[in-house]
Write a new protein. Structure first.
Lengths: 443, 465
């Protein structure tokens, strides 16, 4: 079917799940907000017909080329192969570049201070230039990000994305340098981060991915890199709109307890609010393709009398417009109704309960692993036991499997576990990295 | 009532440049719009379209009260002048609808015909029933008194749109909430009144529920022999079911239309009543087939409501009901015994009927109000009860939901609550009964219709319906 509209902006819809009934004097309003984007230009794997406009996107692949990438030498080779696979996934017309990262950042392709436009010839040239990638030097991720930002800034594209691969800690610059680089890049492009092997720092990469609104994962076995890069690139190619903000309006006198993304992963957005008008603030959500995400909003409103109704929050998805006020793509209402009907006010929304559990799951895994590292085995057992219980109750099987590699599960329902005496680094890091992955409410 | 000296200055008449209803240009001398007849001489609050509701005079109430309450509303002036608003957290609740409160389907016919009448009656309520306590001082918050003035005002400029009735600061958004404090704005159904020749009804949200799930329909028709038939249908949505407000509205309209339609065609009153209850049942059942809600909740209960109707035809009146909404017979001569005309389809009534509990015991039980009969797709059996009566004296039939009769359960209590002049002033009586329920705590939605017997039609000086 021909597409007449040039815009590939997907249709956004917002669904709010909550129990709006509060008891007399009740103040806390919880709601799960499901944002779904559909009908964008995402091909979903279908071959694109000629009528589809060229994707309006730029991607920079940052490959760690520090000395450690040569131990074992397969790591560098796999990184090259993975980057090549990612380049093959680039759609024609997408602007791209490859950056080699060490204690400094170096343009590998097109190496002219800008981005190349993907076509069969440039993809072949780029893959050719990957051969020049050799390991040697340190790791200063902040410099890589700043270079990626410079390259992307030179191109007028809607979707700006980075893919970052590292195998080690950010040892050759101060943590504040990385923080400054992240602050400078946040909101300018999104970035997925991947750690290969087990010598990298989970918190470091998680911090990068969360600041740049991307995903983070471990690729323990370098053999898996190519497939992972390919899927990351496909995901990036599926994005249709960038810089979508979740705008939250709350009434006078209300306090925002928190705003979290809770699916597909847990990410607390509370601290990332920028004021956008009277009683309204924007939370960044990055770029969107055809996908669905859930947010948990918790607001404390001034209590009102029984029988009264209040709008506790209005959520709008705001798309920035060139040279104008952002456009509201969709909105949802969170209500508060005070009632003396105990049956109504004590009911807990299943969605709120589920995601409260998923957020706790992520938290207890992190705390449990933290305690385990610190040698506080009692606390680690208690926290990871609770995690096993939550994962089992909510049907989060992936996390349950990862937990089972770190603890021996005696009884999942009660959360009775024993810490394993020996745990592979890769298993522990995988659990930590993926602890924020959530599952949706069982239907 | 609002202290007039305070509110009067801001209510000074000012003729707007264009009619707030139809935007017809006006001259400074114009008192009425030359195009649509809107009364433009009414006090106009600054920045808002003017208009004392035309119904104020019609209802025979002191128009000053309505003017005072409708006139004051300059943003930022707080609430001086709003007697009921001062210190009363519920004060905003009874004001007429905000700009966006769409009239729900099946809202009583007169309210739809003339929203001003309903709003005006609302504004007047305070004056009329001031004696029954603060709770009925409905007029004060009705700065937005006339729904007709909302839309043109909102369309004109953002600044002149409606102002929140709760905080008086924020504007009202498209969803009917204050942009400042978030409070829901009153909806049209929160308080409704209607008076026809020979029958009147009032419905109110009460003090503890966040919306009005009751509905009523009053109507009059001519029998084939030319004599009048006057009816009142009152329905109470079942709160635990989904869309109770839609259920009651649909049932009231369908029941009323079926009842009078059948009577006009010459049907026997009892048959017409039976048919009306079945028509109401079908209307509610049809709601269950409509598109499922998209709010992600599982709704186990189909829309449901109770229904009670009374119709006066010549020397008899006929009552029909399903559920626990009631009808009472209150003779004019209070020395004569009043009577409850309906038997509740309720747990308590069943217990009493089966001789298992005394009435006092049964009604004290937590299950007392569990209803055993209702209109709705999931009704176990639909067994309309119909009874005809032929009193040999004049009186009124009070048709009401449990929001009222909980405060005057026995027939004698109800008779004590009904004003002595109920037959000549049914609307005032309905308001007085609402006042009784609100004074008692207003724990549920309250709806009451007062139906004079014999049918009081063509009274001198009263406009025909």
């Amino acid at each position: 079917m021909p597409k007449f509209s040039k815009s590939n902006v997907p249709q956004f819809s917002v669904d709010v799940y909550q129990n709006e009934y509060l008891p007399e004097g009740g103040r806390e309003v919880n709601a799960i907000v499901t944002v779904t984007a559909t009908g964008g230009g995402t091909s979903g794997g279908r071959p694109l017909d000629g009528g589809t406009p060229a994707p309006d996107a730029g991607v920079v692949v940052m490959v760690d080329c520090s000395g450690s990438m040569d131990y074992p030498p397969t790591k560098m080779r796999n990184a090259r192969d993975a980057t090549a696979a990612a380049i093959d996934t680039l759609r024609d017309g997408v602007a791209f570049a490859v950056v080699a990262g060490t204690h400094q950042a170096r343009e590998v392709y097109p190496a002219d201070g800008g981005l190349a436009t993907a076509d069969p010839a440039t993809r072949a040239q780029a893959k050719q230039s990957l051969r020049k990638l050799t390991a040697g030097g340190g790791t200063a991720i902040g410099t890589w990000l700043k270079l990626a930002d410079r390259l992307l800034a030179g191109h007028d594209v809607a979707i700006r994305h980075g893919i970052l691969l590292t195998d080690g800690r950010n040892e050759h610059e101060k943590p504040e340098d990385l923080r400054a680089a992240l602050a400078a890049c946040a909101g300018r492009f999104t970035c997925d981060a991947r750690g290969v092997g087990t010598d990298w720092e989970v918190k470091e990469l998680t911090g990068i991915a969360s600041a740049l609104l991307g995903s983070v994962d471990i690729v323990a076995d370098p053999e898996g890199l190519a497939a992972d890069f390919q899927s990351m690139m496909e995901n990036a190619m599926g994005k249709e709109v960038a810089d979508v903000a979740l705008r939250l309006w709350t009434p006078q006198g209300a306090e925002i307890a928190f705003v979290k993304q809770v699916a597909p992963t847990v990410a607390d957005l509370s601290a990332r609010r920028t004021e956008s008008g009277p009683r309204a603030g924007d939370y960044p959500t990055g770029s969107w393709g055809d996908e669905s995400r859930d947010y948990h909003v918790c607001v404390r409103v001034p209590a009102a009398g029984v029988g009264q109704e209040m709008l506790a929050a209005r959520l709008s998805l705001m798309l920035p417009q060139p040279g104008g006020a952002p456009e509201a793509l969709a909105q949802g209402l969170v209500r508060a109704v005070w009632t003396d009907d105990m049956a109504a006010s004590t009911r807990i929304s299943p969605q709120v309960a589920h995601y409260t559990g998923q957020a706790e799951l992520a938290q207890v895994i992190q705390q449990g692993l933290e305690a385990r590292k610190a040698g506080d085995l009692d606390s680690a057992t208690a926290k990871l036991g609770r995690a096993v219980q939550l994962a089992s109750a909510s049907g989060n099987e992936d996390t349950a499997k990862l937990l089972a590699k770190v603890v021996d599960v005696v009884d999942a329902a009660s959360g009775t576990v024993r810490l394993k005496a020996r745990v592979a680094d890769a298993d522990e890091m995988t659990l930590e990295t993926r602890s924020t992955k959530t599952v949706r409410v069982k239907k | 009532m609002p202290p007039l000296p305070e509110s009067a200055p801001s209510a000074a008449p000012a003729i707007p440049a264009v009619c707030p209803v139809c935007a017809e240009p006006l001259d400074a001398e114009d008192r009425f719009c030359g195009h649509c007849g809107h009364d433009v001489s009414a006090p106009a609050p600054a920045g808002r379209a003017p208009g004392t509701p035309v119904g104020a005079q019609r209802a025979g109430e002191p128009s000053a009260a309505a003017a005072a309450s409708a006139g004051d509303g300059t943003p930022g002036d707080g609430t001086p002048g709003h007697a009921a608003g001062d210190g009363d957290p519920d004060a905003f609740r009874l004001a007429p609808p905000g700009a966006t409160a769409a009239a729900p389907p099946g809202t009583s016919g007169a309210a739809a015909d003339d929203p001003g009448q309903e709003a005006a009656a609302n504004a007047d309520g305070g004056a009329d029933t001031g004696g029954s306590g603060d709770t009925l001082v409905l007029g004060a918050p009705s700065r937005l008194a006339d729904p007709r003035e909302e839309e043109p005002a909102a369309a004109a400029t953002a600044e002149s749109g409606p102002v929140c009735v709760a905080c008086g600061v924020g504007g009202v958004d498209d969803d009917g909430y204050c942009e400042h404090c978030g409070h829901a704005q009153p909806r049209q159904r929160d308080h409704q009144e209607k008076e026809l020749e020979g029958v009147a009804a009032v419905s109110d949200r009460g003090l503890r529920h966040h919306r009005n799930e009751d509905a009523f329909a009053i109507a009059a028709a001519s029998l084939p022999d030319g004599s009048p038939a006057v009816s009142a249908v009152v329905c109470d949505g079942v709160s635990t079911a989904y869309r109770p407000d839609d259920a009651s509205a649909a049932a009231a309209v369908a029941g009323s239309e079926s009842l009078l339609g059948a009577l006009e065609r010459g049907a026997n009153a009892k048959e017409a009543m039976h048919g009306a209850l079945m028509a109401a049942f079908e209307a509610v059942t049809a709601l269950a087939d409509e598109e499922p809600p998209t709010d992600g909740r599982v709704h186990h209960n189909a829309p449901a409501c109770t229904c009670v109707s009374a119709v006066v035809t010549g020397p008899v009146f006929t009552v029909g009901w399903i559920g626990d909404s009631r009808a009472y017979w209150i003779p004019d001569d209070r020395s004569r015994p009043p009577a409850r005309l309906t038997e509740d389809d309720s747990w308590a009534a069943r217990m009493v009927a089966a001789g298992l509990m005394s009435e006092a015991e049964a009604y004290a039980d937590a299950r007392a109000h569990a209803i055993t009969g209702w209109l709705g797709a999931d009704a176990v059996e639909v067994d309309p009860h119909v009874a005809a009566f032929q009193p040999d004296e004049p009186g009124v039939i009070v048709v009401c939901t449990d929001g009222l009769w909980n405060y005057a359960e026995s027939a004698t209590d109800m008779a004590d609550a009904v004003p002595a002049d109920a037959r000549s002033r049914p609307l005032a009586s309905a308001r007085a009964l609402l006042g009784l329920a609100l004074d008692g705590g207003g724990h549920d939605n309250v709806t009451v219709a007062v139906l004079p017997f014999p049918a009081a039609v063509s009274r001198a000086g009263f406009p025909s319906a």
